[in-house]
Design a protein around this ligand. Structure first.
Ligand code: SF4
Ligand code: SF3
Length: 541
C-alpha cells in the first residue's frame, strides 16, 4: 500500500485509494497532506490552550483554515506548494506555542519542522497516517474521527472565503481549534465522537452564515437572473470554483479589454449578485460541473482560472492557458498571486476566442436567501390551497462515478405540482432542462453554491415557523449527493439541526462503518438512495 485516503466519494473500490488517488493525488501528495493536517492539529492544540487564556493570533487562525482547505479533494496537487505550507506551519507552530504561559509541548508532538526536504518530511508521516489511526483506534472510531475532520475541512473552506472578504469571527476560530484538539485526542468512544461530529455541524452552520453575510453585504442579495449558457463572439476567460472575490477582481481588470468572462461549475451563482452581474462582460456560463472539465476546457478557446476545487489533471492541450489562484495548485500550472490577473488576461488575448455567437439560450439562477424569503408568502399560500404538494431539495456535489443519473431521473420524475430547490454543482445534472412553473413560481429554484445550503436551511426554518411546525414536519424532502468534504460539513449541519429522513447518494462514505450507519439510521433515519421511482413513491406516498 503506497498511501491510504478515503475522504471522498471517489475512493477506489468504495474503500480507499491505496496506490494512487482516483483524483490524481500521488502518494507524495497524500503524505504531505497527512502532515499538513497533523501540523494543523498540533497548532490547533496550542491555539486552543492560548484561547482559554484569552490569547490569540490571527496568523494562527488563518493558517489552520488554509491548512485544512488545502487538503480538501481536488485543491492542491503540488508537492512544492505543500512543502511551503509545512515550512510556514513550523513558524506558526512556534507562534501558537508561545501564546500560552505554559511552555509544555502538545502530546505526541512530532518535530517534522526539522526536516529540510520533501523526502525527510515524508519520513514523519507513518505515525500520523490514516492507516495508523485505523490500526490504533479501530475502523469505527477512526472513521468517526475522520467524519468530524472532513466536516471541519469543509467548514474551513467556507470560513476562509469569508475571511478573504474581511468577515471573521474569533469564536468560530476558537471552535476550529477546540474541535481539532478533540479530534487529535483520538477518542474511541462512539458517543463522544458522534457528539464532536455534530459540533462540527454546528460550527459549519456558523461558517456558512458568515460567508452568506460576506457575499450578500459585498455583492448584494442574489436576485433571480437569466444567464446565457451559449458563447458570445470574442476573446474569453472561464472562471471556475467558489471564490467571488477573484471573479470580482478579474471583472475589474478585464473591463474595456473586449474579453468576455464566463462562469463554470460552482461559479454559476455569481450571476445572481447585483454587484457582479452589473459587469456587461460577465457574459454567461460555459459548460457544466467539474468532472466535465477535461473535455470542456480543451474545447474552450480562451484562458481558464481555477479559484478552488475541483481541479482535475490538466490536459497538455490547455495546460498553458489554465491558471490557479488561492490554495489551488497543480505542478507546472501558472499560479496567480495577489489577484494580479495580467498573465491570465494575456493568455486570453493570445487564444483565438469564440468566432461567432452561439444561439441564445438561458437558464435562471439567483434564488438566494432574500429571493426565497420574498417567495415564501406566495409559496405558503399555494401549499395551503393544495396547488403545491411537496418541495424537494435535490442538491449537492456532482461527480464522475456512474449512478448519478439518479438525480436527473428523480428531478424529471418529480410531479408537476411539486417544486425543486437545488444548489451546488450537482444541479448541472438537470439545470438546463425545462421545468416550467407551478402557481406562478418556477418549479426549479437554483439557490446557489454548496455554501448557500445556509439559505435553504433558513428558508426551511422560516416556512416551519410560519406553519408553526418543525422542519421535519414540512412537506419537504432532502435528496443529497455528496462528493467531497464540504458536503460532509453540510450533512453534519443538517444532522446537528435534527433533520431526519435525508436521502444520501450516490454511495455511502467509506469512513462510515456499518455500526455507525446503523446509529445514523436509527437516530436520523438517513437512507441511501435507491431507484428514483421507489424513492418518489415513498416520499409522496
Ligand atoms: Fe481517493 Fe478521494 Fe482521497 Fe483522491 S481525495 S485519494 S480520490 S479518496
Ligand atoms: Fe462541486 Fe467540487 Fe462539491 Fe461546492 S465543485 S460542490 S464537488
Amino acid at each position: 500500500m503506497n498511501m491510504l485516503c478515503y475522504q471522498c466519494e471517489q475512493a477506489a473500490r468504495g474503500t480507499g485509494c491505496t496506490t494512487q488517488g482516483v483524483c490524481g493525488k500521488e502518494p507524495i501528495i497524500s503524505d504531505l497532506q497527512e502532515l499538513v493536517v497533523h501540523a494543523a492539529k498540533e497548532i490547533a492544540q496550542y491555539a486552543h490552550r492560548a484561547a482559554q487564556e484569552g490569547r490569540r493570533d490571527p496568523q494562527v487562525d488563518t493558517f489552520v483554515l488554509e491548512a485544512l482547505f488545502a487538503t480538501v479533494t481536488n485543491v492542491n496537487f503540488d508537492p512544492e506548494r505543500l512543502r511551503e505550507l509545512l515550512h510556514r506551519a513550523a513558524e506558526v507552530k512556534a507562534t501558537a506555542r508561545s501564546l500560552s504561559d505554559s511552555g509544555e509541548a502538545a502530546p505526541d508532538e512530532l518535530h517534522w519542522e526539522e526536516a529540510s526536504d520533501v523526502d525527510s518530511l515524508r519520513s514523519y508521516v507513518p505515525p500520523v497516517s490514516l492507516a495508523r489511526r485505523i490500526e490504533d483506534l479501530g475502523a469505527e472510531a477512526a472513521g468517526l474521527g475522520e467524519l468530524a475532520l472532513y466536516g471541519l475541512k469543509g467548514a474551513a473552506a467556507y470560513a476562509d472565503h469569508a475571511r478573504i472578504l474581511g468577515y471573521e469571527d474569533p469564536e468560530l476560530y476558537d471552535g476550529f481549534h477546540r474541535l481539532l484538539t478533540a479530534i487529535a485526542q483520538g477518542s474511541t468512544q462512539r458517543d463522544e465522537l458522534l457528539s464532536t461530529a455534530l459540533e462540527v455541524g454546528e460550527l459549519n452552520l456558523r461558517a456558512m452564515e458568515i460567508l452568506d453575510q460576506a457575499h450578500t453585504e459585498t455583492y448584494g442579495h442574489p436576485e433571480p437572473a437569466d444567464v446565457r449558457i451559449t458563447p458570445r463572439k470574442g476573446k474569453a476567460i472561464l472562471v471556475s470554483g467558489h471564490d467571488m472575490k477573484d471573479l470580482h477582481a478579474l471583472l475589474e481588470q478585464t473591463k474595456g479589454t473586449g474579453i468576455n468572462v464566463y462562469t463554470h461549475g460552482e461559479m454559476l451563482p455569481a450571476h445572481g449578485y447585483p454587484e457582479l452581474r452589473k459587469y456587461e462582460h460577465l457574459a454567461g456560463n460555459y459548460g457544466g460541473a467539474w468532472q466535465e472539465q477535461r473535455r470542456e476546457f480543451a474545447d474552450f478557446p480562451g484562458a481558464i482560472l481555477m479559484t478552488t476545487n475541483c481541479l482535475q489533471k490538466p490536459q497538455d492541450t490547455y495546460k498553458h492557458r489554465i491558471f490557479t489562484s488561492g490554495l489551488v495548485a497543480w505542478p507546472g500550472v501558472d499560479h496567480i498571486n495577489d489577484r494580479d490577473f495580467a498573465p491570465l488576461i494575456s493568455a486570453a488575448l493570445e487564444a483565438p476566442g469564440f468566432d461567432e455567437d452561439g444561439p441564445a439560450q438561458h437558464i435562471t439562477v439567483g434564488f438566494g436567501r432574500d429571493a426565497l424569503h420574498k417567495a415564501a408568502g406566495p409559496l405558503l399560500e399555494a401549499v395551503g390551497q393544495g396547488k403545491i404538494r411537496h418541495l424537494f431539495l435535490i442538491g449537492g456535489c456532482d461527480g464522475a462515478k456512474p449512478g448519478r443519473n439518479y438525480y436527473t431521473d428523480l428531478a424529471l420524475a418529480v410531479p408537476e405540482d411539486c417544486l425543486i430547490l437545488t444548489l451546488a454543482c450537482g444541479k448541472y445534472r438537470f439545470n438546463k432542462l425545462q421545468f416550467g412553473t407551478v402557481a406562478r413560481i418556477p418549479r426549479l429554484l437554483d439557490v446557489g453554491q454548496c455554501n448557500d445550503a445556509y439559505a435553504a436551511i433558513r428558508t426551511a426554518m422560516a416556512l416551519a415557523d410560519a406553519l408553526d411546525c418543525e422542519v421535519n414536519d414540512l412537506p419537504l424532502s432532502l435528496v443529497l449527493s455528496w462528493f467531497e468534504q464540504k458536503a460532509v460539513g453540510i450533512l453534519l449541519t443538517l444532522l446537528h439541526l435534527g433533520l431526519r429522513n435525508i436521502r444520501l447518494g450516490p454511495s455511502l462514505p467509506a469512513f462510515v462503518t456499518p455500526g455507525v450507519l446503523q446509529v445514523l439510521q436509527d437516530t436520523y433515519n438517513i437512507k441511501p438512495i435507491r431507484d428514483p421511482q421507489s424513492d418518489l413513491n415513498e416520499i409522496l406516498g
